[in-house]
Design a protein around this ligand. Sequence first.
Ligand SMILES: NC(=O)c1ccc[n+]([C@@H]2O[C@H](COP(=O)([O-])OP(=O)(O)OC[C@H]3O[C@@H](n4cnc5c(N)ncnc54)[C@H](O)[C@@H]3O)[C@@H](O)[C@H]2O)c1
Length: 254
Amino acid sequence: MGLLEGKRLLVTGVLTDSSIAYNVAKLAQEEGAQVVLTGFGRLSLVERIAKRLPEPPPVVELDVQNGEHLDTLADRVGEHLDGLDGVVHSIGFAPQTCLGGNFLNTAWEDVATAVHVSTFSFKSLAVACLPLMKEGGAIVGLDFDATKAWPVYDWMGVAKAGLESCSRYLARDLGKHGIRVNLVAAGPLRTMAAKSIPGFQEFEESWPDRAPLGWDLGDTAPAARACVALLSDWFPATTGEIVHVDGGVHAMGG
Ligand SMILES: NC(=O)c1ccc[n+]([C@@H]2O[C@H](COP(=O)([O-])OP(=O)(O)OC[C@H]3O[C@@H](n4cnc5c(N)ncnc54)[C@H](O)[C@@H]3O)[C@@H](O)[C@H]2O)c1
């Protein structure tokens, strides 16, 4: 019996097969879940990638900045699943001006976009899915440790600090619905989102050396496994938590 046998999941954030969300969807299906994906922008690309999964899942359109997409999400997902037991938020975006060492000069409009897509959307997605989560369940988001100021990560780091706080408030307000809300703080991984960060190689060079367990920048499986575990019934009393899947870097000094 799989860890997610009988679970109905909505997984956002699949763009390529290197997306963290792609591996979450794959592992979730292997563990017995029924999956629906959301796609942003290039839907035909997401549909093509979805076909590589063990069970090609339906793809529904979602731009988290589009109010109509959010308002109709439950109905559109409801055409494929009769409810949801889990939701994965694997969405992040910041305009180039927000990244790469321009911290002191970034305009508010660009910061607002980063926070809208990467932070506020965690709340929007949770609220949009609530009508389908009548039996409770789990919401999991993807984080990058926001307790420190990193090189080049800049306003995305601020957006992630907001995501960490947003996750705790969601845990507070959704607990009464039997919904757990947790984050997986992954180490750096070579995805499209990471490649768009100027200077990302600074992380690539130091992380594997600093991690007591070592770190493979090309392997999204450890982060995906943590997501699947948090979506399962094996964390029944855990909410508002951040699980670090970073080879141990967050715990090291120096
Ligand atoms: N790659 C890393 O090093 C790393 C580390 C820790 C956390 N994360 C987080 O993991 C999550 C997934 O990123 P990834 O690394 O798999 O990269 P990715 O580029 O594969 O995924 C990012 C996703 O965000 C989606 N997206 C962007 N704007 C959107 C919008 N307006 N509406 C809906 N979706 C939108 C994209 O379509 C894409 O699917 C992000 O939250 C990212 O910050 C990534």
